[in-house]
Design a protein around this ligand. Structure first.
Ligand code: SF4
Ligand code: SF4
Length: 61
């Protein structure tokens, strides 16, 4: 099976814009608050169909 996309390695690579969350056709991405109150996307491996739309929409990539 193809690999789960990596949306960011370090938090500086994600501004929390939620574009990935919005485009995911499987609603496999959740925006979760970190300890400082900023939202970051988390992918549910069981829901993700590896379409990589989330990577394409992310302007950090
Ligand atoms: S689209 Fe990119 S910058 Fe925006 S929340 Fe998703 S990973 Fe972060
Ligand atoms: S690869 Fe596709 S299904 Fe998986 S989280 Fe990204 S947009 Fe959603």
């Amino acid at each position: 099976m193809k690999k789960i996309p990596i949306l960011f390695n370090i938090k500086e690579e994600c501004c929390g814009c939620a574009a990935c969350y919005s485009i995911c056709p499987k609603e496999a991405i959740k925006m979760e608050l970190d300890e400082e109150g900023f939202e970051y996307p988390i992918i549910d491996e069981n829901e993700c169909i590896r379409c990589y739309k989330c990577l394409k929409v992310c302007y950090f990539k």
